[in-house]
Design a protein around this ligand. Structure first.
Ligand code: GRF
Length: 201
């Protein structure tokens, strides 16, 4: 199973997932990293880990569909089995979601991690949202990606306790540690599910 990662930011989840592949916790090959932004630190993470990486700059394409077509070409070329959104800050269009749809799974072969409970909050800055709401507890969620914003079927979720003296930095630090555990676990779960489906057909 070959994995491709779509990234836009610093790449701490990417780093954790590559490490999990290399340790055997995730039984897959980290085959390709694609960034939509030239300044994404995740490109350096990929480079240091010697994973093929590409910039497919969204600003170089006249439309979202042209940009996604360029991405699909690379996914095909690398025979990617599962796409991981590891801090990708772009909503996927029905074209890309449909392209990766796996009828045997009833889902697209795309996973995302969200720093909140997707049933309660969708969109950017999930940790800031939890602080603003004054919650005692928030969550991090790994889910399949559909055409909506953080609306896909949940694969795994972990609770994150919040404290009265939490700042955005302290909450984010604990949250990211949890993300780095949950994302590999959830990815391996989905890989096993895909492998079982393939064996059954
Ligand atoms: C994470 O908080 C993730 O939940 C969200 O974007 C952030 C990406 O961080 N989707 P990183 O680039 O993996 O460090």
């Amino acid at each position: 199973m070959k994995l491709a990662f779509l990234v836009s930011g610093r790449g701490t989840n990417l780093k954790a997932l590559i490490a999990a592949c290399r340790s055997g916790q995730v039984q897959a090959e980290p085959a390709l990293v694609i960034s939509d932004r030239p300044q994404a630190g995740a490109l350096q993470v990929a480079e240091s880990a010697e994973v093929a990486n590409l910039l497919i700059n969204a600003h170089d394409y006249p439309s979202r569909s042209e940009h996604e077509r360029a991405i699909v070409k690379e996914l095909d070329r690398h025979e990617i089995g599962l796409v991981i959104l590891a801090g990708y800050q772009r909503l996927l269009s029905p074209f890309l979601v449909g392209y990766l749809y796996e009828p045997r799974l009833g889902q697209s072969r795309i996973l995302n991690i969200h720093p909140a409970d997707t049933r309660r909050y969708q969109g950017l800055n999930g940790y800031a949202w939890a602080l603003k709401e004054g919650l005692d507890e928030t969550a991090v969620t790994v889910h399949y990606v559909d055409e909506g914003m953080d609306t896909g079927k949940i694969v795994a979720q972990a609770k994150l306790r919040m404290y009265a003296d939490d700042t955005l930095e302290s909450l984010q630090e604990r949250g990211l540690k949890l993300e780095h555990q949950l994302f590999p676990q959830a990815t391996q779960k989905v890989i096993e599910e895909l492998q079982q489906l393939c064996a059954a057909f």
